[in-house]
Design a protein around this ligand. Structure first.
Ligand code: WQD
Length: 334
């Protein structure tokens, strides 16, 4: 009897790597990745942490149905964790067709192959950005409003595609996980977030200021209606995010479910900067600049549903996040 495998699309990426590094039995993993946002060395980094073999990795693009289907022909896939997708919010505004084409075709191919090969478990990497400009804390019963960018729209549309698929496939156990702000790195410092070029996101940029790659951090506006005037986000350690996936894996339930994955705790931009300085005993130079278009004042999660239904809670603190992030940056500063 062939082993039932867990397919991670985009598995060599930031989130996928940390899920694999957290798995009890990585021999069950199959990875599909086109390396559009990671490098092939990620396989060797993962092999330092878990028993992963090269044959478990397929360098394929999930939007290429024929190439993607080979994985399902060669492995008995039991579960798909669908992480593959373009994910830069600002870029999506500039390149909407690329984002809709890539992200929606990837999800459509996942569903097509789940149907063709009778795969009945699916976890989808969704995002808090699907909520659009709503009042925090966000909860899963909120009606989704039009969002501010094509990236978020691709996540909202993918959620609806999966929900509609489940209506005609009652045997499917599908879960959308709405990530808030994934940050930090594996405590080993071997894997973490490798942003290509200038980091869009806050913590990777702070890391690069700390390591001297960038002279200072531009703080995009301090005139928001928050305690210190800077925007508030729900920063969740990437290993907490990984554990939420493993928790869902252990408790499949036929039908379609949605869970927020965050900490429920908000931290402002300057609050994160100060936490990074305190945790690592260093100074981050900052300059207040204009607001970044598309930003909201606050985005934090109501995490009561995943706690109530799955018993999952986050464990890592902001201090843990800042220490792990700096440890990773120091190990990878060229
Ligand atoms: C956080 C705060 C910035 C950089 C994004 C995506 C979201 C998800 C997580 C994919 C904001 C401020 C940032 C800087 C700054 N990714 N900031 N100076 O925008 O909340 O969420 O990443 O799912 O989809 O939207 O995260 O880290 O970019 O910004 O002041 O150099 O830090 O204005 O208030 P964001 P972020």
């Amino acid at each position: 009897m062939a082993q039932k495998k867990i397919l991670l699309t985009g598995g060599l990426g930031y989130i996928g790597s940390h899920i694999i590094a957290s798995m009890e039995d990585p021999s069950l993993v199959v990875i599909a990745d086109n390396c559009s946002n990671c490098d092939i060395e990620q396989i060797d980094r993962l092999k330092q942490l878990v028993a992963l073999e090269r044959h478990q990795v397929y360098l394929v693009d999930c939007t290429d149905l024929n190439a993607f289907e080979v994985i399902f022909k060669e492995n008995e896939i039991d579960t798909v964790i669908h992480l593959a997708g373009l994910k830069a919010v600002g870029e999506s505004v500039a390149k909407p067709i690329e984002y809709y084409t890539n992200n929606l075709n990837a999800t459509l191919n996942v569903l097509t192959l789940c149907d063709r090969y009778h795969v009945n478990r699916l976890i989808f990497s969704s995002s808090a950005t699907v909520y659009g400009p709503q009042v925090s804390p966000m909860n899963e019963s909120m009606t989704l409003l039009k969002t501010t960018n094509p990236y978020a729209e691709t996540k909202a549309i993918s959620e609806r595609m999966i929900e509609d698929y489940c209506v005609v496939h009652p045997e499917m156990a599908a879960t959308s996980l709405r990530y808030f702000n994934p940050v930090g790195a594996h405590p080993s410092g071997i894997i973490g977030e490798f942003p290509k070029g200038i980091p869009n996101n806050l913590l990777p940029y702070v890391q690069q200021v700390a390591s001297g790659k960038r002279p200072w951090l531009n703080v995009f506006g301090n005139d928001y209606e928050t305690s210190d005037g800077t925007p508030i986000r729900d920063y969740i350690h990437v290993l907490d995010l990984a554990s939420a996936h493993l928790c869902v894996l252990k408790s499949p339930q036929a039908g379609y479910r949605i869970y927020n994955v965050g900490t429920g705790v908000g931290t402002s931009v300057l609050g994160l900067v100060h936490a990074f300085e305190d945790a690592n005993q260093l100074t981050i130079k900052t300059k207040i600049t204009d607001r970044r278009s598309g930003d909201v004042a606050e985005s934090t999660a109501d995490v009561s549903k995943i706690k109530k239904e799955l018993g999952w809670v986050s464990h890592y603190t902001i201090q843990d996040i800042c220490k792990d992030a700096w440890n990773f940056e120091q190990k990878h500063s060229k």
